[in-house]
Write a protein that binds this ligand. Sequence first.
Ligand code: NAD
Ligand code: UDP
Length: 318
Amino acid sequence: MRILLTGAAGFLGSHLTDKLINEGHHVIGMDNFITGNEENLGHLAGNGKFSFIRHDVSNFILVTGKIDYVLHFASPASPNPASPLGYPNLPIQTLKAGALGTHNSLGVARAHNAKFLLASTSEIYGDPQEHPQKETYRGNVDPIGARSVYDEAKRFAEALTMAYHRFHQIDTRIVRIFNTFGPRMRLDDGRVVPNFIQQALRKEPLTIYGDGSQTRSFCYVSDLIDGIYKLMMSDYHEPVNLGNPNEISVIEFADLVNKTVDNTSGKIKKTAERLGNDPQRRQPDISRAKSILNWEPKISIQAGLEKTIPYFKKKMGI
Ligand code: NAD
Ligand code: UDP
């Protein structure tokens, strides 16, 4: 297939590009590098199965030649409001990528009679009151809260995808991705995995927001990419959760990172404040992915960290 992948220079987009090329497809990567990195695609220079278009998907997208599949991954991925460590956020760009970018990407799929897959997120469940989260749960999102730019953009993107499916008969898929980590993550996006790994490698205390009792469930990137490929090749139109159901509190995760990095000082530093609207618990119910895709993650958090830390060391020059 000839596949248009928006957000190809990002963490997930670049791994998905590799998977698609390995499976024999031709990938047209599209990105404006707002949070992505050219280096993530550097190894594909000269590869006949890859081409690249630098473009902001919030503007009309024109791609010539036949397109069989459109995968829409372009979006700044961190929902965090400005964090205590001062990382920037991109509120307007996030809303535009989810709304205008999804509209333009669906437009390409319609023009080419191509299939379409939307990268959605566990964030559409907001601060969940149902646990673990099934796809049928409708969520608990504050429409004007600190994370709303991301949550509502993705909720709109899902609604638009289903509207194109129902009204224009576009053959669509929606993946709801839960926290994923691995090599090629941005070092500076302020998220817990890059923060903790870098702090532990520098022998600094790990910054825990609040008391660290909040939970997440971390999936290693190769597991996620296998699940996305299976969903892409399925004919299932309803949203599918993909993530690792192994739930861990932030404080347990800090201990695990300190242990894995051999940060013998093993220190943590708690801040009084959590970020606005920070979900207290998050864990995917993956029964749908298990039954429809015959998929479940294989790589433990510990094993995933061991595969990820060398990437951070290299990037940090350690
Ligand atoms: P990332 O920031 O590494 O990648 C996103 C890519 O999209 C970047 O290369 C960025 O430059 C590009 N992009 C953003 N806005 C664009 C625009 N207007 N035009 C063109 N390109 C644009 O993030 P990621 O973690 O790889 O996330 C990829 C997708 O997966 C996003 O849609 C994100 O919401 C979704 N997602 C990721 C996670 C996760 O844990 N990583 C979880 C849930 C959902
Ligand atoms: N977090 C933390 N210290 C950090 C960065 C994040 O304690 O240096 C917490 C954050 O408050 C949240 C959890 O870790 O409860 C996961 O945050 P992240 O931004 O990685 O993902 P998300 O909240 O989007 O799931």
